[in-house]
Design a protein around this ligand. Structure first.
Ligand code: ZN
Length: 318
């Protein structure tokens, strides 16, 4: 049986100041900090995971924090925008909330029949809120200061920018099981599994677009959901046969991952739904303590000295 992709698992971007990142995503956007850990490949920097109350795959935006690092550039070969699903009719609430917080609003527009609010986080990361009919009510964090009628319900989609969309679209369609479901100008929409919020990716073609540069304020990679270890191994074999340079399976504590770069330049990951974020702390206290993988525990005191202090502000408007 062919392995399946269930949608977006998480999107990982780069931030500068860890505290400002927490304040923006929990205090302002109303996501829950579901895991406080370090970058497993660079334990001197934080890795924050934000999502719904349970940390469900498909709701998770994550950040590596690089204080003092330079800003990147949005462009070709990147995920250039990350869109969250919000309930129908809630964009006016959000526009007011973001303007009050002096967030840089880019535009309020429409895309494939849906209202979109585009804005930047404090590091210049491009975000969108897209009004979505019947968003999944299970993908929400009710403990925030955002009222439930406006709360973020996981991802809507993400946008990949390519100079030539063909190799990216071909991988998504021919190998990963996506179907093209819409087009608007130079934007092609593809959906996977049942489609809809969290199972949608747009590929934007900019033939003479400048190459992006991954640093602060840009997306580092996008991860796709697969149900379990067996399907992930099947993906590894299948992508290897298709000529992609696929990493071995990596233990990320909360999921298992493989990585490969698509021909348009975007780093893709396939991550398992299991075991999830409740594997090392209770759902009630997700994110409240610094969690380290077992192999880093002997260095905990050194790591804690290197990391800048943070306070978590769960549920508080900042
Ligand atoms: Zn990842």
């Amino acid at each position: 049986m062919a392995p399946s992709i269930l949608g977006i698992h998480h999107i990982t971007a780069i931030a500068s100041d860890p505290q400002k990142n927490i304040d923006f995503y929990t205090g302002l956007l109303g996501l829950r900090l579901v895991k406080t850990t370090v970058n497993f490949d660079d334990p001197g920097s934080y890795h924050f995971y934000y999502g719904d109350g349970a940390g469900s795959p498909g709701t998770i935006i994550t950040f590596f924090t690089w204080p003092g690092a330079r800003r990147g550039r949005h462009g070709v070969g990147q995920v250039t925008s990350t869109a969250f699903a919000v309930p129908f009719g809630s964009l006016t609430y959000w526009e007011d909330r973001l303007r009050t917080a002096k967030v840089e609003i880019q535009e309020r527009s429409g895309r494939l029949g849906r209202p979109v609010l585009s804005f930047l986080d404090g590091d210049g990361l491009s975000l969108e809120l897209i009004e979505t009919e019947n968003p999944d009510v299970h993908r929400v964090w009710t403990g925030s200061s955002v009222p439930e009628y406006a709360a973020i319900h996981g991802f809507h989609s993400a946008t990949i920018t390519a100079a030539d969309a063909e190799p990216t679209v071909s991988l998504l369609k021919e190998t990963m099981g996506f179907t093209a479901t819409g087009q608007e100008g130079n934007r092609l929409r593809l959906e996977v599994a049942a489609g809809g919020a969290g199972q949608t990716i747009d590929v934007l073609t900019l033939p003479s677009g400048e190459l992006g540069r991954v640093a602060v304020g840009t997306v580092h990679h996008i991860a796709w959901r697969t149900p379990d270890d067996a399907q992930q191994l099947a993906w590894l074999e299948l992508l290897d046969r298709a000529g992609y340079n696929v990493s071995p399976v990596m233990d990320r504590s909360y999921f298992q991952s493989i990585y490969y770069r698509e021909h348009g330049g975007v780093l893709f990951e396939i991550a398992t739904d299991q075991p999830g974020f409740a594997v090392d702390e209770a759902v009630e206290t997700l994110g409240s303590a610094l969690k380290l993988p077992s192999w880093m525990e002997p260095q905990r005191s050194i790591i804690e000295q290197v990391l800048p202090p943070i306070h978590r502000n769960q549920g508080v408007t900042v």
